[in-house]
Design a protein around this ligand. Sequence first.
Ligand SMILES: C[S@@+](CC[C@H](N)C(=O)[O-])C[C@H]1O[C@@H](n2cnc3c(N)ncnc32)[C@H](O)[C@@H]1O
Length: 228
Amino acid sequence: MADDVSAAQAFYGRWARLYDLVATFPGVGSWREGAAQSLDLSAGDTVIEMGCGTGANFPYLRERVGPGGTVVGVDFTRGMLDRAATCVAREGWTNVHLVHGDATAPPVTGSVDAVLASFVVGMFTDPVRAVDGWLDLVRPGGHIALLDAARSTRPLARPLDAAFRLFVAASTPPATQLRYVNPPWELLDERVAAARRPLADRTADRTDETFGLGFVRLSSGRIVEPDG
Ligand SMILES: C[S@@+](CC[C@H](N)C(=O)[O-])C[C@H]1O[C@@H](n2cnc3c(N)ncnc32)[C@H](O)[C@@H]1O
């Protein structure tokens, strides 16, 4: 197993409980709501969330696909999935399924109506390849949405840039170091931008919006036929 994979699993396994609190913070819900809305889901649809963590997006997805639809959450960290499972059991959601696996090579066959990934692609060494693979899973006409944090370009956000960098350093496995060869906030920016390139090539009706003074980016698109 690659060092960065085991570091990420150890990090998220250790901090799952705290992560759950942050993930459901007031205000974050409106970003999640926006991401779920951009998937244009209908009752009965099947949606996969890649790197679902503790399941903070599940209520927004489930509300849209209804009891006859299906929500599948994929994550490679047991501690995060355990918390997601507790939430699923508490709510009595029989149509929300959890899969322990690698979101960059998801153990999924067939096509689905939508894929969501929130605060995940910045952790991938090759986000372009991962997102390309996700686009292969979605039926033509279905949707993909990526929700991510990255540095803001807005002048008003400048005073918060140092705080954002500290937050990224503290929340990037294996966690804060004194010196960086490649600062994690720069890597995050690069990966978040790279992950969006396959959407430009393979989706239509794209939307790009920002929240939280520009620190959070939501990008979505409708999958087109290869020649369409
Ligand atoms: C920052 S959390 C985001 C969780 C959730 N999507 C949310 O919005 O709250 C990142 C999650 O991605 C998972 N993850 C990272 N890389 C992964 C991979 N290659 N395969 C599966 N899960 C992965 C981690 O285990 C962690 O639960």
